[in-house]
Design a protein around this ligand. Sequence first.
Ligand code: G3I
Length: 380
Amino acid sequence: MKLDRRNFLIAASTATMATRIKAEVIKESIQKHGLADAFVGDYHVGAAVSTDTILSEDKPTLKLLEREFSSITAENCQKWEEVHPSEDSWNWSASDKFVDFGEQNNKHILGHALVWHSQIPSSVFQDKAGDTVSASVLRRRMENHIGTLVGRYKGRVHTWDVVNEAVSDDGYDDWRPSAWFQILGNRYMEEAFNLARQADPNAELLYNDYNMHYPQKREFLVGVFKDYLDRGVPLDGVGFQAHYMLDDPELEQIEKSIDAYSALGLPIHITELDVDVLPKAFEYMGAEISTNFEYSDKLNPYPTELPDILQEKLASRYEKLFGLFSKHQDRIKRVTLWGVSDADSWKNNWPVRGRTNYPLLFDRQLNPKLAYTRLMNLKR
Ligand code: G3I
């Protein structure tokens, strides 16, 4: 009897030891791996990579990128003004390093952005005399840009933001009156998608825009995309930039747009997620909306650190957003944060230059914030 009891106790302690070891292995694995591994069953979790990070070979940031994210997006280095600063000159150094880093670390690589009205040399739309070019000249320039850039990374860049922000901010229910639209009409967008498909038949091609939760924008774009899909325009998915505030937009509006675009059979990419924790500039500017919001201390209330109460609000907001994304993980292919750490964020300078913002998951010392921990706990 004693012997059986002894064997039982040995067996029980061995089993307990095994369970404890397994728990340790899982815990150690999550510690060694990061956010993307926690969400691996749902969608890619990515980050935008600044040109400085790439060119300076910022080891701490690159190491964090490698551990925490499964997808990377070129924040600026593949934009027209950076990669193709004039008709006959290309600047490949940062873009090549970005793609090399992605390949060496087995990342899903996003190219951004082929056709946009911003960060593009005005010379693209002008002749040598400074007059507006003809449609045929601009069409040829777009063909050369997309063919060269997408062609260079054929089979290496998996997904491209082909057209960025083509919808007007005046009513959100028509085409943006950009130089692209004014010279080529609204066909410029489908021509860009066709050119990208020709340059790399296997790349995933996205339309990307902000405020994709706006009902008017949703209705306008659903109409455009339905027509594209009927005519075989090679649109493969929709990018929600998702530059959000702590309490805006409501999850319900985001969900309505996830439903509407998914109903067309188009996968959703959350392409530029960040959560602005600072006061809205226009609330302080009253009715007078200026194009450059002047800096004021009132608009920069946390210059040295974010109070705990706001860390908690930010964490809760990220928890709810990722909860919504995971609820629709069958329709959402990727969630990309628009930067690695708070230090990188464009929100430190827009819409007010020189503020200290805290919109991302890692702080200025590259430490995970409360929001990061809450997201990891969603998957524990
Ligand atoms: O490279 C120059 C540098 O040489 C110069 O010294 C410096 C002086 O200010 O400017 C640098 O260029 C800046 C560029 O980022 C690269 O850092 C521009 O001023 C600055 O305006 C530009 O901001 C970018 C912004 O797009 C431009 O609209 C942000 O980094 C970038 O995060 C942001 O990203 C866009 C997406 O591509 C599309 N969706 C909206 C999102 C926010 O605008």
